[in-house]
Ligand binder design. Structure first.
Ligand SMILES: Nc1nc(=O)c2c([nH]1)NC[C@@H]1CN(c3ccc(C(=O)N[C@@H](CCC(=O)O)C(=O)O)cc3)C=[N+]21
Length: 283
Protein backbone atom coordinates (compact mmCIF):
# COMPACT_ATOMS: atom_id res chain seq x y z
CA UNK A 1 0.00 0.00 0.00
CA UNK A 2 1.29 3.41 -0.94
CA UNK A 3 1.41 5.99 1.82
CA UNK A 4 0.34 9.48 0.80
CA UNK A 5 2.54 11.73 2.90
CA UNK A 6 0.31 14.36 4.48
CA UNK A 7 2.24 17.61 4.69
CA UNK A 8 -0.75 19.58 5.82
CA UNK A 9 -1.32 17.36 8.84
CA UNK A 10 2.38 17.07 9.68
CA UNK A 11 2.75 20.85 9.49
CA UNK A 12 -0.31 21.34 11.71
CA UNK A 13 1.16 18.95 14.30
CA UNK A 14 4.45 20.82 14.29
CA UNK A 15 2.60 24.12 14.68
CA UNK A 16 0.81 22.79 17.78
CA UNK A 17 4.18 21.90 19.30
CA UNK A 18 5.55 25.32 18.38
CA UNK A 19 2.65 27.09 20.07
CA UNK A 20 4.08 26.21 23.51
CA UNK A 21 7.49 27.60 22.60
CA UNK A 22 5.95 30.88 21.40
CA UNK A 23 3.89 31.13 24.59
CA UNK A 24 6.99 30.58 26.74
CA UNK A 25 8.88 33.23 24.82
CA UNK A 26 6.09 35.76 25.19
CA UNK A 27 5.97 35.12 28.92
CA UNK A 28 9.62 36.11 28.94
CA UNK A 29 8.79 39.30 27.03
CA UNK A 30 10.00 38.24 23.58
CA UNK A 31 7.71 38.09 20.57
CA UNK A 32 9.27 36.35 17.56
CA UNK A 33 9.49 38.80 14.64
CA UNK A 34 9.59 37.98 10.95
CA UNK A 35 10.02 40.47 8.10
CA UNK A 36 9.22 39.45 4.55
CA UNK A 37 10.27 41.61 1.65
CA UNK A 38 8.26 41.13 -1.50
CA UNK A 39 9.49 42.95 -4.58
CA UNK A 40 7.00 43.16 -7.42
CA UNK A 41 4.66 40.27 -8.26
CA UNK A 42 5.19 36.54 -8.62
CA UNK A 43 2.38 34.02 -8.35
CA UNK A 44 4.23 31.34 -6.31
CA UNK A 45 5.46 34.09 -4.02
CA UNK A 46 1.94 35.44 -3.56
CA UNK A 47 0.65 32.03 -2.34
CA UNK A 48 3.64 31.76 -0.08
CA UNK A 49 3.17 35.21 1.45
CA UNK A 50 -0.55 34.69 2.04
CA UNK A 51 -0.04 31.33 3.78
CA UNK A 52 2.89 32.63 5.80
CA UNK A 53 0.87 35.55 7.13
CA UNK A 54 -1.88 33.17 8.19
CA UNK A 55 0.45 30.78 10.05
CA UNK A 56 2.33 33.59 11.78
CA UNK A 57 -0.96 35.11 12.98
CA UNK A 58 -2.17 31.70 14.26
CA UNK A 59 1.00 31.36 16.32
CA UNK A 60 1.20 34.93 17.58
CA UNK A 61 4.42 35.64 15.71
CA UNK A 62 4.83 39.27 14.68
CA UNK A 63 5.09 39.35 10.93
CA UNK A 64 5.37 42.25 8.54
CA UNK A 65 5.31 42.15 4.76
CA UNK A 66 7.23 44.92 3.08
CA UNK A 67 5.90 45.28 -0.44
CA UNK A 68 8.23 47.13 -2.77
CA UNK A 69 7.67 48.08 -6.42
CA UNK A 70 9.58 46.07 -9.03
CA UNK A 71 11.23 49.33 -10.11
CA UNK A 72 13.12 49.63 -6.80
CA UNK A 73 16.89 50.02 -7.12
CA UNK A 74 19.30 47.49 -5.70
CA UNK A 75 20.73 50.13 -3.37
CA UNK A 76 17.30 51.03 -1.99
CA UNK A 77 16.57 47.34 -1.40
CA UNK A 78 19.88 46.89 0.44
CA UNK A 79 19.06 49.98 2.55
CA UNK A 80 15.80 48.31 3.55
CA UNK A 81 17.66 45.11 4.50
CA UNK A 82 20.15 47.11 6.57
CA UNK A 83 17.29 48.76 8.43
CA UNK A 84 15.87 45.31 9.29
CA UNK A 85 19.35 43.99 10.19
CA UNK A 86 19.43 46.75 12.80
CA UNK A 87 15.88 46.32 14.12
CA UNK A 88 16.19 44.29 17.34
CA UNK A 89 12.57 43.04 17.30
CA UNK A 90 13.04 41.41 13.89
CA UNK A 91 14.52 37.92 14.28
CA UNK A 92 14.15 36.70 10.73
CA UNK A 93 14.44 38.46 7.36
CA UNK A 94 13.19 36.78 4.23
CA UNK A 95 13.55 38.33 0.78
CA UNK A 96 11.12 36.62 -1.50
CA UNK A 97 12.76 35.17 -4.63
CA UNK A 98 12.85 35.52 -7.59
CA UNK A 99 13.82 39.19 -7.73
CA UNK A 100 13.42 41.42 -10.81
CA UNK A 101 16.21 40.97 -13.38
CA UNK A 102 17.94 44.30 -12.66
CA UNK A 103 18.66 43.24 -9.08
CA UNK A 104 21.60 40.97 -8.29
CA UNK A 105 20.17 38.21 -6.10
CA UNK A 106 23.57 37.30 -4.68
CA UNK A 107 24.23 40.88 -3.54
CA UNK A 108 20.85 40.94 -1.79
CA UNK A 109 21.31 37.61 -0.01
CA UNK A 110 24.81 38.65 1.07
CA UNK A 111 23.40 41.87 2.59
CA UNK A 112 21.26 39.97 5.10
CA UNK A 113 22.81 39.46 8.54
CA UNK A 114 23.53 35.68 8.49
CA UNK A 115 22.06 35.36 11.97
CA UNK A 116 18.74 36.81 10.72
CA UNK A 117 18.82 34.93 7.42
CA UNK A 118 15.77 32.79 8.17
CA UNK A 119 15.86 31.32 4.62
CA UNK A 120 19.38 29.97 5.17
CA UNK A 121 20.52 31.31 1.79
CA UNK A 122 23.48 33.38 3.00
CA UNK A 123 26.86 31.75 2.20
CA UNK A 124 27.68 31.61 5.92
CA UNK A 125 24.64 29.41 6.53
CA UNK A 126 25.31 27.39 3.39
CA UNK A 127 28.85 26.77 4.64
CA UNK A 128 27.55 25.72 8.03
CA UNK A 129 25.16 23.29 6.37
CA UNK A 130 27.81 21.66 4.15
CA UNK A 131 30.19 21.32 7.08
CA UNK A 132 27.38 19.83 9.21
CA UNK A 133 27.41 22.67 11.75
CA UNK A 134 24.29 24.10 13.40
CA UNK A 135 22.80 26.98 11.43
CA UNK A 136 19.71 28.12 9.63
CA UNK A 137 18.62 25.76 6.86
CA UNK A 138 16.52 26.55 3.78
CA UNK A 139 12.88 25.98 4.72
CA UNK A 140 11.82 23.68 1.90
CA UNK A 141 14.55 21.05 2.36
CA UNK A 142 14.29 21.43 6.14
CA UNK A 143 10.56 20.73 5.86
CA UNK A 144 11.20 17.67 3.71
CA UNK A 145 13.55 16.28 6.38
CA UNK A 146 10.79 16.82 8.97
CA UNK A 147 8.36 14.92 6.74
CA UNK A 148 10.75 11.98 6.36
CA UNK A 149 11.20 11.91 10.12
CA UNK A 150 7.46 12.07 10.80
CA UNK A 151 6.96 9.07 8.50
CA UNK A 152 9.90 7.11 9.95
CA UNK A 153 11.83 7.20 6.71
CA UNK A 154 15.54 7.04 7.64
CA UNK A 155 17.86 8.19 4.83
CA UNK A 156 20.86 6.29 6.24
CA UNK A 157 22.37 4.03 3.61
CA UNK A 158 19.69 4.86 1.04
CA UNK A 159 20.32 6.07 -2.48
CA UNK A 160 18.88 9.55 -2.80
CA UNK A 161 18.53 11.27 -6.14
CA UNK A 162 17.63 14.93 -6.24
CA UNK A 163 16.48 16.37 -9.53
CA UNK A 164 17.27 20.08 -9.55
CA UNK A 165 20.37 21.93 -8.37
CA UNK A 166 18.96 25.25 -7.17
CA UNK A 167 20.42 27.07 -4.20
CA UNK A 168 17.01 27.10 -2.52
CA UNK A 169 16.08 23.42 -2.84
CA UNK A 170 18.36 20.97 -4.67
CA UNK A 171 21.72 21.81 -3.13
CA UNK A 172 20.62 22.21 0.50
CA UNK A 173 18.50 19.07 0.13
CA UNK A 174 21.62 17.17 -0.94
CA UNK A 175 23.56 18.44 2.08
CA UNK A 176 20.80 17.50 4.53
CA UNK A 177 20.40 13.99 3.12
CA UNK A 178 24.17 13.55 3.11
CA UNK A 179 24.33 14.71 6.75
CA UNK A 180 21.76 11.98 7.47
CA UNK A 181 24.03 9.41 5.80
CA UNK A 182 22.26 8.92 2.46
CA UNK A 183 24.26 8.34 -0.72
CA UNK A 184 23.36 11.41 -2.71
CA UNK A 185 23.30 12.23 -6.41
CA UNK A 186 22.18 15.59 -7.79
CA UNK A 187 20.72 15.49 -11.28
CA UNK A 188 19.78 18.48 -13.42
CA UNK A 189 18.71 19.62 -16.85
CA UNK A 190 21.96 18.45 -18.45
CA UNK A 191 22.05 15.03 -16.83
CA UNK A 192 22.27 12.30 -19.47
CA UNK A 193 19.81 9.43 -19.24
CA UNK A 194 18.02 11.14 -16.39
CA UNK A 195 15.35 8.50 -15.92
CA UNK A 196 17.95 5.70 -15.80
CA UNK A 197 19.35 7.56 -12.82
CA UNK A 198 16.07 8.43 -11.10
CA UNK A 199 15.11 4.74 -11.36
CA UNK A 200 17.98 3.90 -8.99
CA UNK A 201 16.63 6.18 -6.24
CA UNK A 202 15.27 4.86 -2.95
CA UNK A 203 14.44 8.47 -2.15
CA UNK A 204 13.62 10.70 -5.12
CA UNK A 205 13.27 14.45 -4.60
CA UNK A 206 12.09 16.44 -7.58
CA UNK A 207 12.47 20.21 -7.79
CA UNK A 208 12.59 21.22 -11.43
CA UNK A 209 9.50 23.33 -12.06
CA UNK A 210 8.53 21.04 -14.96
CA UNK A 211 4.92 19.94 -14.54
CA UNK A 212 4.47 16.15 -14.22
CA UNK A 213 7.92 15.40 -15.71
CA UNK A 214 8.37 12.31 -13.51
CA UNK A 215 6.28 9.42 -14.77
CA UNK A 216 6.06 5.81 -13.57
CA UNK A 217 8.90 4.79 -15.92
CA UNK A 218 11.26 7.13 -14.01
CA UNK A 219 10.63 5.61 -10.58
CA UNK A 220 11.86 2.46 -8.87
CA UNK A 221 9.04 0.41 -7.37
CA UNK A 222 8.92 1.05 -3.63
CA UNK A 223 10.69 4.43 -3.83
CA UNK A 224 9.85 7.38 -1.60
CA UNK A 225 8.91 10.25 -3.90
CA UNK A 226 9.04 13.88 -2.74
CA UNK A 227 7.54 16.45 -5.08
CA UNK A 228 8.67 20.06 -4.62
CA UNK A 229 6.98 21.32 -7.78
CA UNK A 230 4.46 24.16 -7.77
CA UNK A 231 3.43 24.12 -11.41
CA UNK A 232 0.27 24.82 -13.36
CA UNK A 233 -1.26 22.25 -15.71
CA UNK A 234 -3.18 23.01 -18.93
CA UNK A 235 -6.27 23.86 -16.82
CA UNK A 236 -4.25 26.22 -14.61
CA UNK A 237 -4.57 23.72 -11.75
CA UNK A 238 -1.71 23.57 -9.21
CA UNK A 239 0.30 20.38 -9.93
CA UNK A 240 3.73 19.08 -9.06
CA UNK A 241 6.79 17.92 -10.99
CA UNK A 242 5.60 14.34 -10.48
CA UNK A 243 2.67 12.76 -12.29
CA UNK A 244 1.02 11.75 -9.03
CA UNK A 245 -1.67 9.45 -10.44
CA UNK A 246 0.87 7.50 -12.50
CA UNK A 247 3.59 7.29 -9.85
CA UNK A 248 1.57 6.78 -6.66
CA UNK A 249 0.71 3.10 -7.41
CA UNK A 250 4.39 2.08 -7.58
CA UNK A 251 5.85 4.29 -4.84
CA UNK A 252 5.98 3.23 -1.19
CA UNK A 253 5.30 6.82 -0.14
CA UNK A 254 4.65 10.02 -2.08
CA UNK A 255 3.86 13.66 -1.37
CA UNK A 256 0.86 15.28 -3.10
CA UNK A 257 0.75 18.82 -4.51
CA UNK A 258 -0.83 20.74 -2.89
CA UNK A 259 -0.73 19.44 0.67
CA UNK A 260 2.75 17.93 0.65
CA UNK A 261 5.96 19.93 0.76
CA UNK A 262 4.36 23.42 0.59
CA UNK A 263 2.79 23.49 4.06
CA UNK A 264 6.03 22.09 5.49
CA UNK A 265 8.03 24.97 4.00
CA UNK A 266 5.87 27.39 5.94
CA UNK A 267 6.02 25.33 9.14
CA UNK A 268 9.81 25.24 8.84
CA UNK A 269 9.99 28.98 8.42
CA UNK A 270 7.96 29.40 11.62
CA UNK A 271 10.10 26.87 13.51
CA UNK A 272 13.31 28.62 12.52
CA UNK A 273 11.91 32.09 13.27
CA UNK A 274 11.01 30.90 16.77
CA UNK A 275 14.48 29.36 17.20
CA UNK A 276 16.05 32.73 16.31
CA UNK A 277 13.79 34.51 18.81
CA UNK A 278 14.81 31.97 21.46
CA UNK A 279 18.45 32.75 20.71
CA UNK A 280 17.68 36.48 21.12
CA UNK A 281 15.83 35.87 24.42
CA UNK A 282 18.75 33.82 25.71
CA UNK A 283 21.14 36.64 24.77
N1 LIG B 1 13.09 33.57 -0.28
C1 LIG B 1 12.19 32.65 -0.63
N2 LIG B 1 12.01 31.55 0.12
C2 LIG B 1 11.08 30.61 -0.23
O1 LIG B 1 10.92 29.59 0.45
C3 LIG B 1 10.27 30.84 -1.40
C4 LIG B 1 10.50 32.01 -2.13
N3 LIG B 1 11.46 32.88 -1.74
N4 LIG B 1 9.77 32.31 -3.24
C5 LIG B 1 8.64 31.50 -3.63
C6 LIG B 1 8.82 30.05 -3.24
C7 LIG B 1 7.50 29.29 -3.24
N5 LIG B 1 7.30 28.88 -1.87
C8 LIG B 1 6.12 28.29 -1.41
C9 LIG B 1 6.02 27.74 -0.15
C10 LIG B 1 4.83 27.19 0.31
C11 LIG B 1 3.73 27.14 -0.48
C12 LIG B 1 2.47 26.54 0.03
O2 LIG B 1 2.03 26.84 1.12
N6 LIG B 1 1.82 25.64 -0.69
C13 LIG B 1 0.62 25.01 -0.20
C14 LIG B 1 -0.64 25.74 -0.56
C15 LIG B 1 -0.99 25.84 -1.99
C16 LIG B 1 -2.22 26.73 -2.21
O3 LIG B 1 -2.63 27.45 -1.29
O4 LIG B 1 -2.76 26.67 -3.32
C17 LIG B 1 0.60 23.57 -0.67
O5 LIG B 1 1.46 23.17 -1.48
O6 LIG B 1 -0.25 22.81 -0.22
C18 LIG B 1 3.79 27.66 -1.76
C19 LIG B 1 4.99 28.23 -2.21
C20 LIG B 1 8.34 29.30 -1.11
N7 LIG B 1 9.27 29.96 -1.84
Amino acid sequence: MTVTIDGKLTAANLMTELQDRVRALKERGTTPGLAVILVGDDSASAIYVRNKERRAADLGIYSEVIRLPDTISQTALIDEINRLNQTPTIDGILVQLPLPAHIDETAIINAINPDKDVDGFHPVNVGRLWTNQPGIVASTPFGIMQLLKAYDIDPEGKRAVIVGRSNIVGRPMAALLLNQHATVTIAHSRTKDLFELTKTADILVVATGQAKMITAAAVKPGAVVIDVGMDRDENNKLVGDVDFDAVAPIASAITPVPGGVGPMTIASLMIQTVALAEARANG
